[in-house]
Design a protein around this ligand. Structure first.
Ligand SMILES: Cc1ncc(COP(=O)(O)O)c(C=O)c1O
Length: 298
């Protein structure tokens, strides 16, 4: 039986030629500004609805695209939503957090570091359960085997769009849900793609074991032919310059937390003479890109 899925995104997203490579345009999923996260949310909300949940509990940093998408998805599905946010309320909420509030989700500032959030999400869900509610808890980034199904499905979608067998697929990595799903999906269809994950926030040994853990929980043990690239240094002026250059040359808006890091990684792979055609996954990040453009313009 196929897992329950609540359609949210406009799929398939386009595959476009761009600067000598291919761009998988998940910035164009058409669900709020959730980008690729809409894929995970289709399966998470499908599962939550199938379980009769009445409140979605999740969390992230204030700039998390996942919390913005999750709050919107809950609203669209007629479910309440509580969002636990790391740190304290700032003076100027980023666009992501504004999306959460506009989706009428309850925002709970926790004061804790983001690494602590998953524990608090579970505790909050347990509290709600004790008070007669039916919560559906989702860890940061939607990093569960259910959330990862979004990208497992995306592997099939990409395979149907590629006119060649061998490819190099590059995508930014935060929680690891997307790449875990892609690796699991790649295994199912036996695609001959080398996958590079560009880790933007977590050290490589940590994110590697989290990704492998998720892949194993999806029923795939031995995944090979993938590599992680460290891009955990904070976004800086170079990222802003890459963002503006892509915008001006091609009209494609990347963000500086995920998109420009992945673009820079592609340049590094080319220097290593990767031969196969490169597919760069544009995962979205438009709220952060807009915040940055506003900053760059002032
Ligand atoms: C724009 C964007 N790209 C990539 C990622 C990383 O995805 P994952 O958390 O599935 O690794 C995120 C995560 O929030 C994101 O918002």
């Amino acid at each position: 039986m196929s897992p329950p899925r609540r359609p949210l995104a406009l799929l398939p997203t386009p595959l476009q030629q761009f600067a000598g490579m291919y761009l998988k345009r998940d910035d164009l999923t058409g669900f709020g500004l959730a980008g690729a996260k809409a894929r995970a949310l289709e399966y998470l909300l499908g599962d939550a609805l199938a379980r009769g949940a009445d409140v979605l509990v999740t969390g992230g940093s204030p700039g998390s695209n996942f919390i913005a998408g999750a709050a919107l998805a809950a609203s669209v599905c007629g479910m309440e939503c509580e969002v636990l946010v790391s740190g304290a309320a700032g003076q100027q909420a980023p666009a992501t957090l504004q999306m959460v509030s506009c989706s009428e989700a309850k925002v709970l500032y926790t004061g804790v570091d983001r690494a602590e959030l998953d524990k608090l999400i579970d505790e909050r869900a347990a509290y709600l359960r004790d008070h007669g509610r039916t919560p559906y808890a989702v860890p940061r980034g939607g990093a569960t085997p259910v959330g990862a199904l979004g990208f497992a499905h995306a592997a099939r979608e990409l395979a149907a769009q590629l006119a060649f067998d061998e490819a190099v697929v590059v995508l930014p990595v935060g929680s690891g849900a997307s790449i875990a799903g892609l690796l699991a999906g790649r295994a199912v269809i036996a695609a001959r793609w080398r996958v590079y994950g560009v880790s933007v926030s977590r050290p490589l040994p940590q994110i590697r074991s989290e990704i492998l853990g998720l892949v194993a929980r999806m029923g795939h043990e031995a995944v090979t032919d993938w590599e992680l690239i460290d891009a955990t240094e904070p976004a800086g002026d170079r990222d802003v310059q890459i963002m503006l250059a892509a915008l001006r040359a091609d009209g494609v808006l990347f963000d500086a937390k995920y998109g420009t890091k992945a673009l820079a990684a592609v340049a590094g792979l080319r220097a290593r003479r990767e031969q196969a055609p490169i597919v760069l996954w544009h995962t979205g990040g438009l709220p952060g890109a807009l915040d940055l453009l506003a900053e760059a313009a002032t």
